[in-house]
Design a protein around this ligand. Structure first.
Ligand code: HEM
Length: 153
């Protein structure tokens, strides 16, 4: 059982690194996009192409994180299920996912719309709000990591 726990934990941490790392990359891309748009007034097609590839990597990282999390929960026979840190962690994960699907997708749609119609104010606000969105997601990640490591009870 110990080896199974360790394997799940390795996948859990690798998935976490992949997902959080990709969100950091997104933040850098949206920031560079904003700076270039402010400076040159043109949309950088290369950055848009790059950003379009991130969701696949995020899905792989997120999938590994959640599946290995379920694996960890099963291997530990739900031992953490009744502990406060774990319940708060689950609530925050729910928030992370819902925020990702609702706010993240809405902002990405707005950015695409801004690019398609070449509407400068829409483009600028979508790119700035996407940066705020990435920072919120990363902040939530940090709180979840602190909870999982310290296991306050
Ligand atoms: C954003 C999502 C997640 C993040 C950032 C995250 C982060 C972490 C981290 C850093 C640890 C290592 C703690 C340690 O061993 O000291 C951990 C452990 C754990 N995670 Fe997650 N996790 C996430 C999602 C999940 C999900 C969805 C589940 C279950 C359904 C889960 C269940 C567990 C369990 C049971 C442990 C304890 C393993 C142990 O200490 O023996 N996690 N998590």
């Amino acid at each position: 059982m110990m080896i199974l726990l360790q394997v799940c934990l390795v996948i859990h941490l690798a998935g976490l690194a992949l997902l959080a790392g990709t969100i950091v990359s997104e933040l850098v891309v949206f920031r560079t996009f904003s700076i270039r748009f402010e400076r040159d007034g043109v949309v950088s097609a290369g950055l848009v192409d790059l950003a379009a590839r991130f969701p696949v990597v995020k899905a792989i990282g997120g999938g590994a994180l959640i599946l290995s999390g379920i694996g960890l929960f099963t291997v530990t026979q739900g031992a953490f299920g009744h502990q406060l840190w774990f319940q708060v962690k689950m609530l925050l994960i729910l928030g992370l996912v819902i925020n990702g699907f609702i706010t993240g997708s809405k902002l990405e749609r707005r950015l695409k719309e801004g690019i398609r119609t070449n509407e400068s104010s829409l483009l600028k606000s979508a790119a700035i709000n996407l940066q705020r969105f990435c920072m919120t997601e990363l902040g939530l990640f940090l709180v979840i990591i602190v909870l999982a490591v310290f296991k306050f009870n």
